[in-house]
Every structure is written in structure tokens, then in C-alpha cells.
Design a protein around this ligand. Sequence first.
Ligand SMILES: *Cc1c(COP(=O)(O)O)cnc(C)c1O
Length: 367
Amino acid sequence: MQKEELISWLEIDLGAIRDNVQEMMRITGRPLMAVVKANAYGHGIEAVGKAVEAAGAAWCSVARIEEAFVLRENGVTCPILVMGYTPPQVVREAIARNISLTVDAPDVAAQYAEAADTPLKCHLKVDTGMSRLGIHVDQAMNFLHWLHAQKTLAVEGMFTHFARADEPQAATTAEQLAKFQRLVQDIEAAGLRPEWVHAANSAAGLYFPETRFDLVRSGIAIYGLQPSDNAPLPETFRPALTMKTRITSVRILPPGQGISYGHRYTTANVQRVGSIAVGYADGFRRWAGNRVLLQGKSVPVVGTICMDQCVINLDDVPEARRGDEVVLIGQQGSARISAEMMAKTWGTINYEVVSGLASRLTRLYNG
Ligand SMILES: *Cc1c(COP(=O)(O)O)cnc(C)c1O
């Protein structure tokens, strides 16, 4: 659909994503594994998968195998790693579609080895302190020996994940890295080093050069979003996503009039308000303090956010009319609301803001 035909939509600048991918590769000097899980952090996995591959990403990675299937169905041909748990029932389909799986426990690996008809490509996940997935670092060497002995498993990678890389001041990353480096030395000495050893996410790749190993797994940075306030992006990165809607009605209310469910907001004076077509089912939040951009000005949301709509105060923009564009995330004139600012309003992080954007929002791609 065209922008003129839509009420609420996302504009995704694929040129920005391609530039961010290349900037990350330039800074780290390593191949890039583009992390496109969660619908490419809300940006749309089909288009983003193709774009990152075209930009030179050596790998794509996802959290779940269904996401890997979507990439293959859309013609992505680069290697794909599923970083989360995969049920043994889909091992043969993973092999058929050349998808690499994560192994993190002997019982699961045994099930994979049993299910596989031809060698399954796998990456050994090592827990160095994230305490989520992964074989404990002290048991990794034995496990790797066992994996190598399996005819139906082809160990092509080994990786770990940092718990606090977005806090460059915290000592945790150096501690996790030291454990992982010791393991890498040991497996090299034993002649068991897989082709791809990796550890860094965006923050680690940018702030801890020693974590880069053979590739950097980058998600948030390729979308032009910062890993955290303490780990900002270099200025050469640019955000790719803009969220827009339109004014769908304008009215003037008398003093003392309640607005929206629960009448949790009541007009103090005569007030001009407008409805916009974004609600909590789009990934906006039922939360006080939301603002949007209209005619290049920041205006407040008033009253409770509904499922598909909410109401904004138009007192500062009396010229506003039905059909006018409203920006929820992005730039309008010289005003800007970033995903980071929206996250602050909601007491969360930019990752949750963009990955929570609903699938019903049409994604329009340019660049
Ligand atoms: C999501 C994820 C990443 C990407 O992290 P960013 O902070 O978005 O770069 C990397 N590695 C693993 C294991 C992940 O789950």
C-alpha cells in the first residue's frame, strides 16, 4: 500500500540499515552476524534479512527456527544461526534448509545427533556468566570432545554472551571474557577450535575490542539504536525506523469534559483535541506522559490510550486537520522523538519499544 492509503504505518530506511551494517564491520574489522530476531527488532525480517545480506553481512541470526525458515523462504542464502533452543523434531528440516543450531546441553545434543540424517551444523553455546543458556564453561571442553566424536554433528562454532556489555564500566564483561579466552586457548591446544568463535553483541563489539574474535553479532546497532545510555553509538550510525499515524478527527470540548476510557483526564478549559489511530495494540502503551509530533511540535496525549486510538491535545496546533501526519517515533521538522525517549517514558529500553511494534502496522521500505 501507498502512504496516502494508510492511517498508521512504519517507514523503514533500508539504506540506513545497510550503512549501519557496513559501519559496524568497518569499526570492528570483523565479519558481521546480523541479528534479525523478533521481526528484525520490529523492522520487518523479510526486507531486513535481504538488506543485511546485500550489505555484506556474512551471517544472519535469529532466536527461533521459525524465524530462520522465514529468512530462507524470502531468499536469504547466507549462513543462519538459531541462537535459542530448537526442539529435536525440527532438526532434519534445519539440515535441509542449511540452518545452524545452537547446542548447549549433552542431552539435547544427543537427541540432535540421533535425529540428524546428514551432519547438522551446530554452535556450542558456553555459559560464562549470563546464566541463561549454555554449557558451563568448565564443562565445555569435555562436551566439545564428545560433540566432535558424533558423525551427525558438525561443530562449526562456539560462542558465549555477555550480561553487562552495555555497561562499559562494569567488570563483568572482562571476567566473562577471561573465562572464554582461557577456554579458546585450551580448545586450540587440543586441536578442536571451530571455525567461528564469537562473543560480542553490539555493545561489546563497540566497547570491548578483545571480544570480537571471528565475528560480531550485532542487532541494536544495525538499526541505528544505542545499546544503552552508557554505551551510545558513534554519530555515524542513523536510526532506520519512523512510526507515523494521522489525525482522524478534530473536536472542541467544553470545560469539565472527560476524555477516553475511565475519564481519567478532564478538560480544565475549552480545549481542542484530536484523535489519532494508534493504540496499545500497535505497541503504544497505556501509560501517562506520552507525546507525539504534529506540525513540528511536541504535543501531549490526553486520557487513556485505547486499543486502536488515542486522543491528543491540539491547543498549540489549532491549524491541525484530519489526515495530518503525526510522528510517534522519528523526526518532524526540527522536533524528534527517539525510540530511546519513548522507552524512558515507559521505564523500559529501546529494544522493547521497537520489538513490540505490532505486525498490523504496514512497513514501508525506502532506500
Ligand atoms: C539478541 C542477541 C544479540 C544481539 O544483541 P544486540 O545488543 O542487539 O547487539 C547477540 N547475541 C545474542 C545471543 C542475542 O540473544
